[in-house]
Design a protein around this ligand. Sequence first.
Ligand SMILES: [Zn+2]
Length: 425
Amino acid sequence: MATLIRNATLPDGRTGQDLLCEGGRVAAVGPQLVAPPHAELIDAQGWLLSPPFVDAHFHMDATLSYGLPRVNDSGTLLEGIALWGELKPTLQQDAIVERALQYCDWAVAKGLLAIRSHVDVCDPRLLAVEALLHVKQQVKPYLDLQLVAFPQDGVLRSPGAFEQLKRALALGVDVVGGIPHFERTMADGAESVRLLCELAAERGLRVDMHCDESDDPLSRHIETLAFHTQRLGLQGRVTGSHLTSMHSMDNYYVSKLIPLMAEAQVNAVANPLINITLQGRHDTYPKRRGMTRVPELMAAGITVGFGHDCVMDPWYSLGTGDMLEVAQMGLHVGQMTSQAQMRSCFDAVTVNSARILGLEGYGLEPGCRADFVLLQARSPVEALRLRAARLIVVRGGAVVARSPAASAELHLPGRPPLVDWTLRR
Ligand SMILES: [Zn+2]
């Protein structure tokens, strides 16, 4: 079955483009392509056609559990971890599956078709691991779910965690996780990084660690992560998530650190909604923002993705699966207001995150997977400004979700009806 999308604007600015999709892949891109017989036709009406959104950092085992068993009063990361610890023994597998599937529905409706989710392995039952492996299979036709074996309570600090982590990998979890700043000492944190990177190298897996998620300027596990990445030949396959301590670090030290990260090709993931909410909680005024140094990392050539991290869970009580909301927060917190920087915030929730996940066939070129989101905007920056409606979401050449265009019943004398908020010039 072929699908022909007519008259799209592409993220690189090309207008009037048609995309022919055959066998779930992009077959051709160009102006005025000839429709094969029986092809389904979609009129993009000049709106922006992008590859789908990609979330580089999420926790699907906790999502939509808000209020269970209570809410986070202090709003801190540590109370969130304690609350998750209270919830964990009462978790039911079918309830995790149901909440995760509901979230995946929301995600697809928002054009989010690939998610890297951490899954807590600090539970001897590995209940959440089994639940999310089941979800991964169920959503496969419409969403790529990549799982990270995440030792929430510390791979060294939590008894049995390393064995459970290896069991999770044996069951089919894709990526090695870690949380060095939560180990008992800086030395244990560094040891956990070594241990986990060596495990990943042995097994040919990617690494994504919660790294230095604190306001402590001396939390420097990212340096160790970059070191072992280079030592073990894992360049391009290792990600430091959060890296919020970099916000508070000494500038001289950072001027040495960022080139080391670039040399090791370590990727970085910021979680703007969560970082701005959880960090700086021990400050009076001025309050630190806590997000890592996104523009500086990008300027050094490091691949930076944005993650949603949490939606309605012990750490965050809001969220909808909208990666444009995530990117907009990142833009504001990082003061990334030049045209190029705004554009790079769109990349952080699309191409950059796809690279971090190692997604096969991501993009709009012939041969790529026919996965798209049609946004009611004329450019990536406009999509950010408007948090544009996801008019159509396409997976493998077939429409999987639609949303109505934003419009208003406004008919002033002598004025055309208001149908969109794009600049008409
Ligand atoms: Zn996280």
